[in-house]
Design a protein around this ligand. Structure first.
Ligand SMILES: NC(=O)C1=CN([C@@H]2O[C@H](COP(=O)(O)OP(=O)(O)OC[C@H]3O[C@@H](n4cnc5c(N)ncnc54)[C@H](OP(=O)(O)O)[C@@H]3O)[C@@H](O)[C@H]2O)C=CC1
Ligand SMILES: O=C1O[C@H](COP(=O)(O)O)[C@@H](O)[C@H](O)[C@H]1O
Length: 464
């Protein structure tokens, strides 16, 4: 999906749902994965670890894949390997496996806006392709932009100019771009146009890794495959919805990116809004990505207004926004001394449609808080005419029913409900019906969001 000049353009790609999880046999050329911004936070914490996990599981084979890091920082291959090693040596990873994987990584240093570095990168990729005896044009090149969006246009231009797969014998060149996609509607459209002039839509992958999280992937199943929820999921029963992201660490040297964007553009506008759409949307006609996309868009955009477009999500009121910055944020040397960029925000969104009128969607996100958690909390209305009020152990109203979907850490879903306190007395207490994934699915390793997304880009699959 792409947007050009305010118009949504849909192009056909193979869909996630219709393909089994296996390697597309027609795509056997050698694969080069290029991580641009390899010196940065995303690369070390998420991109390289995800590539490593795919490698360990056999989705990336050492006889066909090579990984390139690219950034301005002048470091050697070994410096980069040493920077990321500790992020790979986690869980059950063996140190030999880590070392083998690290040998697949080569680093090229260069600027983002001149040809020199990119020509060098192309040379390195071509060398690897020749070494693997890949027929020219049959090789696959995946460029992953782990960079601030401000440099996407220039980097895309350089890739187009210097680094494309040379012809079309079944090979491809694909570009993965991260959120936030621009800073506002104008800059998002401009960015879309700039990148759209360089690449065909099927070559472009705009990713939001929250969509790859296991329990986010589960949202549509929960909502539309369970009879329980169908009649309850509306304004008659739900009092409010809270979608919360907290992190227990600060920017840690990411000021170069973060300070320009702030917590609303970093987390709320993309990750939490995507989750909101999946919670609030109507049932799609099928699970095809374009049908899911259409329903998500309807939550946010309707064409009924006199203006360009209006939003079922109403304009946010000033009094329903709280912004904050954690103490110590400006001590980060990459953050300007007088920055007033918010690192915490709460905003209340109100959806003006038949299902949700009157139900506040409270979105909260903050860095450097006292815990790390991401969850969706659906709070139900009080029971009308509550006859058990006097029986509550606490002597006050029953606690409300809540349905909580914990995205991380320790994926879980639980329902808070009122039950009779076991024993001879008639008193009531709040308890939980608990589906904790760690207990229920002990044999299953839940994939990291980026593993799913990178695999999909390799296979050319579109996600929700
Ligand atoms: N960090 C995370 O956990 C996540 C990040 N993202 C997204 O990934 C992208 C990159 O984020 P992250 O890695 O955290 O950011 P960083 O601040 O770590 O930036 C990544 C790299 O980009 C280069 N860079 C930084 N600032 C600038 C600048 N102003 N101009 C040009 N180059 C710059 C630096 O490399 P050098 O100077 O060596 O060229 C840096 O190492 C963002 O779009 C973010 O939204 C998405 C999900 C998670
Ligand atoms: O996109 C981003 O996400 C990370 C948090 O990701 P998570 O999967 O660990 O929850 C956040 O730290 C970063 O600021 C942001 O750019």
């Amino acid at each position: 999906m792409g947007s050009g000049g305010g118009q949504w353009i849909v192009e056909k790609r193979s869909s996630f749902r219709s393909e089994p999880l296996e390697v597309n046999v027609s795509e056997t050329g050698c694969l080069s994965i290029v991580v641009l911004g390899a010196s940065g936070d995303l690369a070390k914490k998420k991109t390289f670890p995800a590539l490593f996990n795919l490698y360990r599981q056999g989705f990336l084979q050492s006889n066909e894949v090579h990984i390139f890091g690219y950034a301005r920082t002048k470091i050697s291959d070994d410096d980069l390997r040493n920077r990321i090693r500790s992020y790979l040596e986690k869980g059950s990873a063996k140190s030999e496996e880590v070392s083998e994987f690290l040998q697949l990584i080569k680093y090229v240093s260069g600027s983002y806006d001149t040809e020199g570095g990119f020509r060098m990168l192309d040379k390195e990729i071509s060398l690897h392709e020749e070494f693997r005896n890949s027929t020219e044009g049959s090789s696959r090149r995946l460029f992953y932009l782990a960079l601030p969006p401000s440099v996407y246009p220039v980097v895309c231009r350089m890739i187009k100019l210097c680094c494309m797969n040379k012809s079309h014998l079944g090979g491809w060149t694909r570009i993965v771009v991260e959120k936030p996609f621009g800073k506002d509607l104008d800059s998002a459209e401009k960015l879309s146009n700039q990148i759209g002039e360089l690449f065909e839509e099927p070559q472009l992958y705009r990713i939001d890794h929250y969509l790859g999280k296991e329990l986010v992937q589960n949202l549509l199943v929960l909502r539309f495959a369970n009879r329980f929820f169908l009649p309850l999921w509306n304004r008659d029963n739900i009092d409010n919805v809270q979608i919360v992201f907290r992190e227990d660490f600060g920017t840690e040297g990411r000021g170069g990116y973060f300070d320009e964007y702030g917590i609303i553009r970093d987390i709320i506008q993309n990750h939490l809004l995507q989750v909101l759409c999946l919670v609030a949307m109507e049932k799609p006609v099928s699970l095809k990505p374009e049908h899911i996309r259409d329903e998500k868009v309807k939550v946010r955009v309707s064409n009924t207004s006199l203006t360009h477009f209006s939003f079922p999500v109403m304009p946010i009121k000033d009094e329903e926004v709280v912004l904050g910055q954690y103490n110590g944020y400006r001590d980060d040397p990459t953050v300007p001394d007088h920055s007033n960029t918010p690192t915490f925000a709460t905003v209340v969104l109100r959806i003006h449609n038949e299902r949700w009128e009157g139900v506040p969607f409270i979105l909260k996100a903050g860095k450097a808080l006292n815990s790390r958690k991401a969850e969706i909390r659906i709070q139900f209305k009080d029971v009308p005419g509550d006859i058990f009020r006097l029986f509550s152990c606490l002597g006050k109203n029953q606690g409300r029913n809540e349905f909580v979907i914990r995205l991380q850490p320790s994926e879980a879903m639980y329902m808070k409900l009122t039950v009779k306190q076991p024993g001879l007395e008639m008193s009531t207490v709040q308890s939980e019906l608990d589906l904790s994934y760690g207990q229920r699915y002990q044999q299953v390793t839940i994939p990291e969001a980026y593993e799913r997304l990178i695999l999909d880009t390799n296979y050319g699959r579109l996600q929700i």
